[in-house]
Design a binder for this molecule. Structure first.
Ligand SMILES: Nc1ncnc2c1ncn2[C@@H]1O[C@H](COP(=O)(O)OP(=O)(O)OP(=O)(O)O)[C@@H](O)[C@H]1O
Ligand SMILES: [Mg+2]
Length: 321
């Protein structure tokens, strides 16, 4: 029996070099990376970063040049059949038989996956309901919009009732509504306990959906971790922006704060102060104000956004090229 791993994906020095015509491209470069069970994991990076190559190695569709990895505890080289049986995969640009209906396409895929015939109908109907295509199950795929095809792509990945889903560029070409429906579906699948890995170059669109991310560029991971940990790390690096709304003598409070340890600057606004500090000094600010009999009506820390995180780690890395 296989013990349940803490990580559904782990790689060690995983490397893929493509050789063609005397040249060599290092598509994935000594990658150490993990995906925690039950997370929504964003594998984010620009075109050519190596995302698709990585997913193909994880599912045994291409062999690593070096290094190793495990998916659901199974070795990606020696036990890739087990992995393919258990992992739902939506490859980049997945295509269906356009002249068949949605249901017929899924029946075909269920047969390929050895889903026993008596189970197929119910399983397919459940999945079609889950992805919101039940009403159109008898329509030919040729009449589907891009968003509907994308949902059918996720449906085929769900045929095996997988605990892990790997979706390569799942929002490519979706309009805002299609993209919102996709996000709702991912949240629903995740709430059922499934781990979902989303690979995409659309950082800003998909990033906010993720509990953990890895930013990949030129075959390497630039930064990875839980989004909330990365944000607090960023906050301790770039400092805390504390916004204080004040009733009373602004100037007096501002000059008291200016001399405090860790304070890099204090800006005075209309009825408010904006404190730039290396530490979270909200408690100290409240105390000083109260000692001075200056009333604070609100105080809050402005957290860096995911966008700030991307700008720091992703653009920063890109500009080092
Ligand atoms: N079969 C192949 N033969 C040679 N080079 C390849 C092959 N597949 C990918 N590459 C190269 O490997 C690198 C990584 O490609 P990959 O498709 O994995 O990136 P990606 O992050 O998925 O990009 P995209 O966002 O465009 O899908 C690129 O430089 C690409 O040109
Ligand atoms: Mg790709």
């Amino acid at each position: 029996m296989t013990s349940i791993p803490e990580y559904v994906i782990e790689t060690y020095g995983l490397t893929k070099v493509y050789r063609s015509g005397g040249g060599a491209v290092v598509a994935v470069d000594k990658l150490d990376f993990t995906v925690e069970k039950s997370s929504i994991f964003g594998l984010l990076g620009p075109n050519g970063a190596g995302k698709t190559t990585l997913l193909m190695m994880l599912t045994g569709l291409t062999l690593p040049t070096n290094g190793s990895g495990r998916v659901l505890g199974y070795d990606i080289v020696r036990e890739s059949r087990e992995i393919r049986r258990r992992v739902g995969f939506l490859p980049e640009g997945f295509g269906f038989y356009e002249h068949l209906t949605a249901e017929q396409n899924l029946e075909y895929i269920a047969a390929l996956n050895d889903i026993p015939k008596p189970e197929r109908r119910k399983r397919i109907e459940d999945i079609l309901s889950l992805v919101g295509l039940y009403e159109v199950k008898n329509r030919r795929v040729s009449s589907f919009s891009r968003g509907m095809k994308q949902r059918l792509g996720i449906a085929q990945a769900l045929i095996k009732d997988p605990e892990l889903l790997l979706l390569d560029e799942p929002t490519a070409g979706l309009d805002p509504e299609g993209s919102r429906a996709f996000k709702d579906l991912v949240l629903k699948l995740n709430s059922e306990g499934r781990t979902i890995v989303l690979s995409t170059h659309l950082l800003f669109e998909v990033g906010p959906l993720c509990s953990s991310i890895a930013i990949m560029n030129r075959g390497r991971i630039v930064v990875q971790g839980r989004v909330k940990d990365l944000i607090s790390k960023l906050m301790s690096e770039v400092g805390y922006k504390i916004y204080v709304e004040v009733r009373g003598d602004l100037g007096k409070l501002a000059s008291a704060l200016t001399g405090m340890e860790g304070v890099r600057g204090v800006r005075i606004g209309v009825d408010s102060l904006y404190v730039d500090s290396t530490r979270d000094i909200r408690v100290d600010i409240v105390k000083i104000a109260s000692d001075m009999k200056v009333e604070i009506s609100s105080i809050r820390v402005e957290e860096p956004s995911l966008e700030d995180l991307f700008i720091r780690y992703y653009r920063g890395e890109a500009s080092n090229a």
